[in-house]
Design a protein around this ligand. Sequence first.
Ligand SMILES: Nc1nc2c(c(=O)[nH]1)N[C@H]1C(S)=C(S)[C@@H](COP(=O)(O)OP(=O)(O)OC[C@H]3O[C@@H](n4cnc5c(N)ncnc54)[C@H](O)[C@@H]3O)O[C@H]1N2
Ligand code: MOO
Length: 404
Amino acid sequence: MGPTDGLTSLDDALARLLPQAGPVAGTETRPLRQALGRILASDQTVPADVPPADNSAVDGYAVRVADLAGQPLPVSQRIPAGVAPEPLTPGTAARIFTGASVPDGADAVLMQENVSVDDAGLQTAQQPEIGQNIRPRGQDLKAGSVALPAGTRLRPQELGLLASLGIAEVPVYRPVRVAILTTGDELVPPGEPLPPGKIYNTNRFTLDALLQQMHCDVVDLGDVADTREATTEALKQASREADLILSSGGVSVGEEDHVRAAMEALGDVALWRLALKPGKPLAFGHVGDTPMLGLPGNPAAVLVTFLVVAAPFIRRLQGAADRHPAYPHLPADFTVHRPSPRREFVRARRVLREGRAWIEAHPNQSSGMLSSACWAEGLAVVPEDTMVNRGDPLTFLSFTDLLG
Ligand SMILES: Nc1nc2c(c(=O)[nH]1)N[C@H]1C(S)=C(S)[C@@H](COP(=O)(O)OP(=O)(O)OC[C@H]3O[C@@H](n4cnc5c(N)ncnc54)[C@H](O)[C@@H]3O)O[C@H]1N2
Ligand code: MOO
């Protein structure tokens, strides 16, 4: 078999994999301050109009527009924010402040910069429209409507919106538990001396941090020796404790690559080898009933396969609604002369040149290299079997977009 024969396209792989991930069973109620990043488990309806009353958008004077024919208008009341006003006495104006309730009978608010006020009352040359500078009751949200549907990820603005409804705690899905195991006899934990032939374990830290950013609970099974027995034991433990298992390394074709064989023996390997660069040897299957993604060992392949395969899978386990973001297409400031049958995710960043944004690719795309991922702010997508000339538009996925 040639190096690209029998590879599954990324789109086919995702189409097979994602429907297998449904929301985890189990919800919990969280106070707003402890709900950041979590996924709403039920629709949140609006209990009462927001804002609850017509209120002023400016500091100034509330008037009835028709009364302006009889200027000057005496100032009959003062309405700071937080006070319930009296109805506006006909033929008068009310001093009012931003956010304060507009009195019944008033139909516009004049900015204080546009009026003069003396002992006789208020005068203005303005001809306000009806409703000017009034934020109407229910402008933000109407009672009974759905403010946020189930499946919404709670960002700072959603938490603020829930507070504006008077909601103090929300039902959210429980965190997804993801087990990580890193395999390889060459691995040494950082902080220890490095004997000849060894390298520091990189992927354990990248994966742990990616999962933290996705608000998952991490079950860290640590470094697993390159033996069938150790791998089997670790996978069994992972399947008992986690909703998803992520491993790094040991999925390629060498005889030291035990992960795929152990996975097959304990469950199944439904998919192996994707038309993806980096990340070709990725394996998907199950250990018992627990889904598992066996990511390749190369550190940049771990990052890319997590972002493009594991992250969408995790979002579904979390109960997050599907997203269909329109990613920007930007001209490439690089070339690809040799088309590849694997879709390539190129470590890249945006640069301003000639008055517009271009995608600059790191010159070294080795999948063993993380320094290019640190230089980058995202991934440019080079489609399968495609040459790239300078200026050709490519999709740019920022790391932030991919983790959202
Ligand atoms: N004959 C073939 N060899 C390889 C193929 C192939 O198709 N035929 N594919 C290559 C590709 S592409 C990749 S990617 C790697 C993936 O192999 P594995 O997933 O089995 O990973 P390992 O062999 O265990 O490790 C690969 C590489 O990554 C380093 N590594 C592993 N874990 C860590 C870690 N936690 N921290 C830092 N670095 C790690 C490991 O030392 C290796 O250098 O296979 C190619 N070979
Ligand atoms: O698919 Mo591998 O991840 O290129 O190095």
